[in-house]
Design a protein around this ligand. Structure first.
Ligand code: HEC
Ligand code: HEC
Length: 221
């Protein structure tokens, strides 16, 4: 402590000493954080991505990322930028989900990148629409939107076959209807707050329309 006081005194008196000392003494950047490389500077490592996924994620999302449980999203073939964004936002709590908050919090930026690119390399299994009555309503909404209520066509962003658009718009084709309907409801009710675009769209949809378009999405390919 005595040495520190002396140094501080010296620093405040002598300008050249101050400039070198100030750098060492600034506690703002702890040494551990200083070593973290920004995510965009990292190259994805698919082998590590698979290892992380196999040890932590397969119980819910299945071995190849094609979950067979309606509440758990299929992740295979999803755009990596979108996956990384979701994992970061679960971790930050911007997308509220207790289960995924826990798992995303265990991942570093590099883990997220590795897992996301590995998942993108897996092929998504197709799904099926189940509700014959609703599916035509769902198709109308997906392809044309609902013009008199300014609900845009989903296809405009997520593409006609649901493949989405890398980096910007997630892939939807074949996704579980149950999961998709939960997300649309969560956007509408403010539980999922990580996309203004989707919040504004879902805000105008009723439960029946959400169910219909989600069922149609499940069968898209
Ligand atoms: C205990 C079950 C469980 C485990 C284990 C689990 N997840 Fe999830 N995951 C879920 C559920 C449920 C959701 C949907 C959350 C919601 O409704 O917002 C989800 C959502 C996601 C999403 C969002 C997908 C999308 O389309 O937006 C990603 C990405 C994801 N999980 C990746 C992972 C990764 C990577 C791991 C392992 C590190 C993992 N999950 C482990 C249950 C799980
Ligand atoms: C203006 C562009 C745009 C339009 C139009 C649009 N979306 Fe989206 N959608 C997005 C974006 C961007 C995201 C990703 C949000 C994020 O980053 O979390 C998204 C995400 C979603 C998700 C969540 C996917 C997942 O894996 O969790 C669903 C479901 C969805 N949209 C359904 C729809 C439906 C149904 C429609 C039509 C009624 C629609 N979207 C129209 C841009 C759009």
């Amino acid at each position: 402590m005595k040495l520190l006081t002396t140094l501080l005194l010296a620093a405040s008196l002598a300008i050249p000493v101050f400039s070198t000392f100030a750098q060492e003494a600034t506690p703002a950047v702890p040494p551990v954080e200083a070593k973290v490389v920004p995510a965009q500077a990292l190259k994805p490592d698919l082998v590590k991505g698979e290892a992380t996924f196999t040890s932590m994620c397969i119980a819910c999302h299945a071995a190849d990322g094609n979950s067979v449980i309606g509440a758990n999203p299929k992740l295979a073939q999803q755009h990596p930028e979108y996956l990384v964004k979701q994992l970061q936002e679960f971790k930050e709590g911007k997308r509220a989900n207790a289960i995924m908050l826990g798992f995303a919090s265990m991942l570093t930026d590099a883990d997220m990148l590795n897992v996301a690119y590995w998942l993108n390399s897996k092929v998504a299994t197709p799904g099926f629409a189940k509700d014959k009555e609703l599916v035509s309503m769902g198709e109308r909404i997906y392809r044309g939107g609902i013009t008199d209520r300014q609900i845009p066509a989903c296809a405009g962003c997520h593409s006609p076959n649901g493949a989405g658009m890398p980096a910007q718009f997630p892939r939807l084709s074949g996704q579980h209807a149950e999961y998709a309907a939960t997300q649309l409801t969560n956007f509408r009710d403010g539980i999922r707050q990580n996309s203004l675009q989707m919040t504004q769209i879902a805000a105008k949809m009723n439960d029946k329309e959400i169910k219909a378009v989600s069922d149609y999405i499940a069968g898209l390919r």
